[in-house]
Design a protein around this ligand. Structure first.
Ligand code: FRU
Length: 471
């Protein structure tokens, strides 16, 4: 079925209808990628949270599945993660088969209304049929609240060195690490972040994982922040450092952002994908997520992105690029001209010869446009949606967003992923990333590249994508 409503993304995951926010419980198991998500099926605004569910074998074409977790007497089902309990440490497996275990936050609105501080707790659910059906554990919650209002979004991973599960939990203005032998009994190990990182808002949706670089293992701690992002509202910060099974120690106290645009939030990685780390974010911003002008559903995810570690100027940074699997949607790759037609989703790969300023404009016939590019004077990238179309639903939406350049190469390599209502910019092989959504009255139908001297363009390829709803 082709989802053809106005603004409906064609190469990004969206809920069939209703509200969506954070991606949840991302786990790879038996050749299938599971994606759960914060979902309110009965409305297009945030409400009683469920875990929606979809699966894919290639991270690109998704099949909608029945809702996996419904709210119950213990509360709404807030964000969390899922693991394959390979060793059946939880004892929740059946017939020698490893269970899938989801670890999520219960948000008890009754407690919240009564003014209590302990209304968020951690709970588990398990599946013995590859994620088709889920049973909530009878002993929930597995981690009770100690009187802290913001106590949520457990991300769990197996720590091979200590042979324990590690839960990274967002606790107001810091993360807390807990360990467990069985996913049921949790012991607090340490806290991190009260004095480090960006604190313009509450810490949410953390993630902790290992990435190799130069034959060495490093730990990455992702912490989503709302508000306080580099371009306003919600955004994803990260730290690179060491984790000894109990404590996380960053190499540097500098705040780093995984995506500088306004519209990537609550991003975390899939579990059980080995050394490969695949990141997915919610493609919106709490500043206006409930107001964006779509009718039957709200919000999409970003494209899945593969993360790697790079060392630039002596500092470790995460670089991210769209997963290679996106290629299954490619129709062809053509030499691009400086001006051209847009007819559906597209990838653009542009390499320059120099560090001269340039811009790319996506536009429609009624004069609405998004402009993005490189500003040589400030050595930064930008995205401008001030004239992008529908902008009046929230006063801060019509803005220009900026991101620093980190790479020291004497030219620029840019990848753009353009869909009906979004553009994602990956500069310098993903060292600087920006995501921005937009809502033109008519789809953008042409593009142009503006550069002082056209010889500054070394190469330019355009790859039109088919819709994920078409075979
Ligand atoms: C992040 C978040 C999480 C919470 C969920 C509720 O966007 O606020 O902290 O679990 O959304 O829907």
């Amino acid at each position: 079925k082709v989802a053809s409503e106005q603004h409906r993304p064609q190469i990004h995951f969206t809920p069939p209808s209703g509200w969506m926010n954070d991606p949840n419980g991302m786990v790879y198991s038996n050749g299938t990628y599971h994606l759960f998500y914060q979902h309110y099926p009965d409305s297009t605004v945030w409400g009683p949270m469920h875990w929606g569910h979809a699966t894919s074998t290639n991270l690109v074409e998704w099949q909608h599945k029945p809702i996996a977790l419904y709210p119950d007497s213990l509360g709404y089902i807030f964000s969390g993660s899922a693991v394959v309990d390979t060793r059946n440490t939880s004892g929740l497996g059946k017939n020698g088969k490893a269970p899938l275990v989801a670890i999520f936050t219960y948000h008890d609105t009754t407690g919240e209304r009564k003014g209590r501080n302990d209304f968020q707790s951690q709970a588990i659910a398990f599946s013995n049929d590859d994620g088709k059906t889920w049973t909530k554990y009878a002993g929930n919650p597995v981690l009770a609240n100690a009187g802290i209002r913001d106590f949520r979004d457990p991300k769990v991973g197996w720590n091979e060195a200590t042979k324990k599960w590690i839960m990274t939990l967002a606790v107001q203005d810091r993360v807390a690490f807990y360990s467990s032998p069985d996913l049921k009994n949790w012991t607090k190990e340490s806290e991190f972040g009260k004095e480090v990182g960006a604190h313009g808002g509450v810490w949410e949706c953390p993630d902790l994982f290992m990435l190799e670089h130069g034959g060495q293992q490093h730990w990455v701690l992702i912490v989503n922040l709302n508000p306080g992002g580099p371009n306003g509202g919600s955004a994803t910060q990260y730290f690179v450092g060491k984790f000894d099974g109990q404590h996380f120690t960053p190499y540097s106290n500098e705040t780093q952002w995984l995506d500088y645009g306004p519209d990537e939030y609550a991003g975390i990685t899939w579990s059980n994908t080995g050394k490969r780390k695949i990141f997915l974010g919610w493609m919106s911003n709490w500043q206006y997520a409930n107001l964006v002008p779509t009718k039957t559903w709200r919000s999409a995810t970003t494209v899945p992105r593969e993360l790697r570690l790079e060392q630039v100027g002596g500092k470790y940074r995460i670089a991210s690029l769209p997963v290679a699997e996106l290629q299954v949607l490619a129709i062809q790759t053509m030499q691009g001209q400086q001006q051209g037609v847009l007819n559906g989703p597209v990838r653009m790969n542009l390499t320059t010869q120099s560090l001269d300023a340039f811009s790319i404009t996506l536009k429609n016939k009624v004069g609405q446009k998004v402009v993005l590019g490189y500003d040589a004077a400030t050595n930064s990238f930008y995205m401008d949606r001030r004239a992008s179309g529908k902008i009046s639903f929230e006063p801060g939406f019509a803005a220009i967003h900026r991101a620093p350049r980190f790479s020291a190469t004497p030219n620029i390599k840019l990848t753009l992923i353009v869909d009906k209502a979004s553009v994602e910019l990956f500069a310098d092989d993903g060292l600087t990333v920006m995501t921005q959504i937009f809502f033109p009255d008519n789809d953008y139908e042409s593009y142009s590249i503006d550069v002082k001297d056209s010889s500054a363009i070394q190469s330019f390829q355009v790859t039109p994508y088919r819709s994920m709803y078409l075979q």
